[in-house]
Unconditional design. Structure first.
Length: 398
């Protein structure tokens, strides 16, 4: 199908009045998406059927640009996601799908509790798969300048998915960002990693729990999951511990951590192994401490959030019978985003590279905080606690 015809189809649906210019821009962008789909080999009839039905979703753009007032702390994040109800439901599903999950363990090396933990965190075990029309969402984001190239590619992937699986267009609904099904795969991941788990010759991540679980196992295997290795463990730190040793980029052997006085959470000795582990303090030196292994990094390739990866591991542990994580009181109080922005600006002004002052506590901000804390004689945990923020505020005064 030639571009003029695509533009003709798009223009036929343009509104009249003040919104026409914006709508015209969207329809012109949509025509470009059609060209891209045709160049990728998508059937012209499908392109012609889909393009005129697309609508921009202002709510999607609002969510993409949303800047929450508060930064959720790790304890609050965990309390909202690793709940007793989710643990109980997960154990029921482990039992219901036990035989099938064992076949996935044999084939992909992924223990059942991890697959169920991902399922629980992504969609509450299929309780909420999302209601946003995927093609509208992807087209909206593809026609927005912020991440247009990525979402244009995902739009084409979604059309290829419709073709490959012969999906009814009304089935294509999910999150506002275009993730779909029980495991919330983006269309590119669906195309590349989703597999037929129930043996019916099709892959349906919305309606087939076995397809979703098998696809999750294949995805984790492809990301490099190491069979026989757990995600990590909670540990206890000795008095006077040098907190600047914490950080995902500062891995040491378990033998070395044990020599530094780190023990298991129950006080027992760590295994005397050369296994590499990094120490994380997601709530600062007053909160829980974790040693994490290579499989933790695999989880972060699914979702790049450390809090998410910790929640997956801790939910998997709970599903296997571990007790709830005990947290000291007072750790769940959220931080204002403006506090983090001010801290980043102050750190940058002091010559400590905290990155862009965006209110997001990433690795550069944590490294800058540690450097400042060391300079001030504070526990160098890279966490913006009240003492650190107060010290930064004082240094920032003229």
């Amino acid at each position: 199908m030639a571009r003029p015809l695509l533009l003709l189809l798009a223009a036929a649906l343009l509104p009249a009045g003040p919104a026409a210019a914006t709508a015209a821009g969207f329809r012109d962008c949509v025509a470009g998406l059609g060209d891209r789909a045709l160049a990728a080999g998508v059937d012209g009839e499908l392109v012609a059927r889909v393009l005129p039905s697309l609508s921009p979703l202002e709510r999607v753009l609002a969510l993409d640009r949303s800047q929450p007032e508060f930064v959720q702390t790790f304890p609050a994040y965990l309390e909202a996601r690793v709940t007793d109800a989710r643990v109980e439901r997960g154990r029921e599903l482990l039992e219901r799908h036990g035989a099938f999950l064992e076949t996935l363990l044999d084939r992909y090396g992924i223990p059942p509790r991890y697959l169920v933990a991902f399922w629980g965190l992504e969609t509450n075990y299929g309780g909420y798969l999302g209601k946003v029309p995927t093609l509208d969402s992807l087209a909206t984001l593809a026609c927005d300048e912020r991440r247009s190239e990525f979402f244009a590619g995902e739009f084409v992937n979604a059309l290829q998915l419709v073709e490959r699986e012969q999906l009814p267009l009304e089935r294509l609904v999910g999150s506002w960002a275009g993730a779909v099904g029980h495991t919330q795969f983006m269309p590119s991941s669906y195309l590349r990693y989703a597999v037929d788990g129930d043996g019916d010759g099709r892959i349906d991540l919305w309606r087939s729990e076995h397809d979703a679980l098998a696809s999750g196992a294949n995805f984790l295997h492809s990301l490099g999951w190491e069979p026989g290795l757990r995600w990590g463990r909670q540990v206890a730190l000795p008095g006077g511990f040098a907190y600047e040793q914490a950080g995902l980029g500062k891995a040491r052997s378990l033998r070395a951590w044990a020599a530094a006085g780190v023990t298991r959470a129950d006080g027992e000795s760590l295994p005397a192994l050369e296994l590499e582990a990094a120490l994380l303090l997601p709530a600062g030196h007053r909160g829980p401490a974790f040693l994490v292994y290579d499989n933790f990094r695999v989880v972060m390739r699914w979702n790049a959030s450390q809090s998410y990866a910790l929640a997956v591991g801790l939910l998997a542990d709970r599903l296997a019978g571990a007790p709830p994580l005990r947290l000291p009181p007072g750790l769940a109080k959220p931080l204002r985003k403006t506090q983090i922005v001010d801290a980043q600006e102050a750190l940058n002004a002091l010559g400590l590279d905290a990155g862009t002052a965006d209110g997001i506590i990433g690795s550069r901000t944590r490294a800058a905080l540690r450097a400042f804390q060391l300079e001030q004689g504070l526990p160098a945990d890279g966490y913006p606690d009240p003492a650190t923020l107060t010290a930064l505020e004082r240094r920032a005064l003229p």
